[in-house]
Design a protein around this ligand. Structure first.
Ligand code: NAP
Length: 317
């Protein structure tokens, strides 16, 4: 019996646990990682349901992100040692062990708890690169929906460093975000009030459908909408005159292609900046429950029920 378990997509929105041979380091640049924790993110649910933006295949373990501890390194790896903590850059993290090329790993600095480190690979760089894509300079305003999300929390933290004013939009009033405006037919007026005279240069949209159209009405002429999720499951609907007369542009964003464009050095610098920010002023990243890898199917059911905070998988149990 192998001690390497992995979680694969099942049928009907469920997942299945499989035993896989324990991977052995293959080349000089390889690193054997004992995986520790991984969250269940919205993108993982899309992957399980076959609705993810890319075809991921059904034979590859799930898990967009996670944290692990180095067990063994190849002869040519000099900057990682057994015991160091790492974030794999690639998918496939719901597993006991992984073997990855050194270039596919980011070393985690001391001072970040394991459970928090497990949630730092996806949403912080997404927020950082979304802000870059928004093209809004110091003093400008941007608007974002699903403002209670983890990505949105990181956008607020990073925007504060750039003196960008963020107008938060939620679907329902949220006591944790008392400043946020509630989405609805009068959104443009509420956002304009909240922007307090600043031009709203861009909108970050992860809801899509009619919500994109309402955000589009909030953005000033020549501004941008960056669509990076589709929580509503609906196609984007935007009044076309905003594009023709208003010069509004709409683009899509996906983290991994954006990182490829940034290059390995750029990605390493970005994570160094994000770790610094986390150590200085960690955005609140609540966890709702810690569940063993062996109970991944039950954990996925719980994640679908929604609620504040992430469900984390303990990949050692
Ligand atoms: N493109 C990329 O590369 C990329 C990378 C990372 C994340 N994402 C996307 O970013 C989004 C946020 O991810 P996350 O991990 O930060 O989310 P999260 O922390 O799990 O939070 C989800 C948020 O979405 C809100 N929400 C759910 N369904 C909604 C709907 N139909 N309309 C409006 N709001 C809705 C929830 O609001 P309530 O509080 O009201 O329930 C909650 O605040 C997801 O769509 C995810 O797929 C994309």
């Amino acid at each position: 019996m192998s001690d390497n378990l992995a979680v694969l997509p099942g049928s009907g929105g469920r997942v299945r646990l499989v035993e896989m041979p324990r991977p052995a380091p293959l080349s000089d640049r390889d690193v054997l990682v004992r995986m520790l924790y991984a969250p269940i993110n919205p993108a993982d649910l899309l992957a399980i349901d076959g609705r993810y933006a890319f075809d991921l295949g059904s034979a590859v373990p799930l898990g967009a992100e996670g944290v692990g501890r180095v067990e063994e390194v190849g002869a040519a790896v000099s900057d990682l040692r057994p015991g160091d903590r790492v974030l794999p850059l690639t998918r496939g993290n719901w597993a006991s062990y992984r073997v990855l090329d050194r270039e596919q790993l980011i070393a985690v600095p001391a001072g970040i708890p394991d459970e928090q480190a497990a949630m730092l690979r996806i949403n912080p760089p997404t927020a950082r690169l979304l802000l870059d894509n928004a093209g809004a300079g110091d003093g400008a305003a941007i608007v974002q929906n699903a403002a209670g999300s983890t990505v949105a929390a990181w956008v607020r933290a990073l925007a504060a460093r750039r003196a960008i004013h963020v107008v938060d939009v939620v679907r329902n009033a949220d006591a944790a975000l008392p400043h946020a405006v509630v989405d609805g037919p009068a959104l443009a007026a509420s956002v304009s009030d909240a922007a307090a005279g600043r031009a709203v240069r861009a909108a970050l949209d992860c809801v899509a459908g009619e919500a994109t159209g309402r955000l589009a009405e909030c953005v000033s002429a020549g501004g941008r909408i960056v669509v990076f999720g589709h929580l509503s499951g609906q196609p984007v609907a935007v009044r076309s005159q905003l594009l023709t007369g208003g010069g509004l542009s709409i683009s899509g964003f996906s983290l991994r292609p954006a990182e490829t464009a940034l290059g390995a050095d750029g990605v390493n610098r970005m994570f160094a900046e994000l770790f610094d920010l986390f150590l200085e002023a960690p955005p609140s990243l609540a966890t709702r429950a810690l569940m063993p890898l062996r109970e991944a199917d039950r954990a996925v059911v719980a994640a679908r029920e929604g609620g504040k905070g992430r469900i984390l998988l303990d990949l050692t149990a």
